[in-house]
Design a protein around this ligand. Structure first.
Ligand SMILES: Cc1ncc(COP(=O)(O)O)c(C=O)c1O
Length: 360
């Protein structure tokens, strides 16, 4: 079988040196060699978020959800609430985590694929003094929309609230500046725009807040942010046995991106997306979102009326290309998603378009 071309929003195709680093010789996670790799990797995660030393990053052996769960299960005292701004499947996942841990929240919900209304967010912020933190997704992958992260961050700052942003499908694909955007906690994972693997999640958090967390505040033993932070500061280690192989791959992918320049990677993603979108428009396909609201790495597009979505996706698959069906109501509307994350270059996008045209 030939390797599939993954035009899916995670998993993504990794660069050869990232794949090779999975077979690094075995080391002990309590060794100086691990500690040096951990320190270098977490320093590089900070750079991905343009964070200075007032922030510290930790790595969680888990998927993107584990990073979100680490933050949300670790930071609340009794009586404190979240303000959840949501407009899609991954905002709903944050809600699921809050519900699971029985954390009270003010729900500020918008239709899937529509921009959060800042007036409503501000009203919600004013409505309840028990709100401690605003939570939102940066790139709502289910629609491909970039949410107004800076504007909501300005509001969180105005009302003296913390701000958690799920950057799972945004880190290394969008310009993120945690300080400028007033982000207290940013979460992500290797297996998306960074071009590494699932299972290597991370949290970049503000140190003055991280220092106030205690292990006892956490509602979870494994995904405990205080324990992760304290162990990282004390010894550049993780509290439990980490997935060392994936950490090596994460480090290599970060080194690739930062050596070449984050701006350059983002510019490549923008060029890829432009080629894909121009090509799809020429085929007469319609997009879910106006182009100025779209992420650099995901295009949500409708099949022409009367075509069968499952059949189309299977046909693309037979031709070696993986694309995703839309989620929830977008599925019913015949929407599919084309992602350009990881090792995808302009020529790959042009080839993709010829296959797409054939399959449609
Ligand atoms: C924005 C966002 N948040 C969270 C997740 C969940 O990540 P995972 O499936 O790695 O747990 C995803 C997955 O695609 C995502 O796109």
């Amino acid at each position: 079988m030939s390797k599939p071309m993954l035009f899916s929003p995670g998993p993504v195709m990794a660069r050869e040196n990232v794949r090779q680093s999975l077979t690094h010789y075995d080391i002990c996670h309590r060794s100086p060699e691990f500690e040096a790799m951990f320190k270098d990797t977490t320093d590089k995660i900070n750079k991905l978020f343009k964070a200075d030393d007032s922030y510290k990053s930790v790595i969680i052996s888990g998927s993107g959800t584990s990073a979100n769960e680490t933050v949300l299960s670790s930071i609340f005292n009794d009586g404190e609430k979240a303000l959840l701004v949501r407009n899609g499947e991954f905002g709903n996942r944050l809600q699921q985590i809050l519900d699971q841990y029985k954390i009270p929240y003010v729900d500020c919900s918008f239709e899937w694929g529509t921009r959060p209304d800042l007036k409503k967010v501000e009203e919600a912020l004013k409505s309840d003094p028990a709100v401690k933190i605003v939570c939102m997704v940066f790139h709502e992958t289910s629609s491909g929309m970039i949410n107004p992260v800076k504007a909501v961050g300005d509001l969180a700052d105005k009302y003296g609230k913390m701000y958690m942003v799920d950057c799972v499908s945004a880190a290394a694909g969008q310009d993120i500046d945690v300080k400028d955007m007033h982000i207290t906690f940013a979460t992500s994972v290797g297996g998306k725009c960074l071009g590494a693997y699932p299972g290597s999640a991370y949290v970049c958090g503000k140190q003055d807040v991280l220092k106030t967390l205690t292990p006892e505040m956490g509602k979870n033993v494994y995904l405990n942010l205080a324990r992760h932070y304290q162990k990282a500061v004390a010894s550049n280690q993780t509290p439990h046995t980490p997935n060392v192989n994936l950490f090596w791959a994460l480090q290599t992918a970060l080194t690739n991106v930062l050596d070449e320049g984050l701006d350059k990677q983002i510019a490549r993603y923008q060029e890829d997306a432009k080629i894909l979108r121009e090509g799809m428009k020429k085929m007469g396909l319609k997009f879910l979102l106006p182009e100025d609201q779209m992420a650099n790495t995901v295009t949500s597009v409708f099949l022409p009326e009367g075509k069968d979505l499952e059949e189309f996706i299977a046909k693309m698959d037979d031709n070696g290309y993986t694309v995703y069906a839309g989620k929830g109501k977008f599925y019913e509307m015949g929407m599919f998603q084309v992602a350009n994350m990881g090792e995808i270059y302009p020529d790959d996008c042009r080839k993709f378009l010829t296959v797409l045209e054939k399959c449609i």
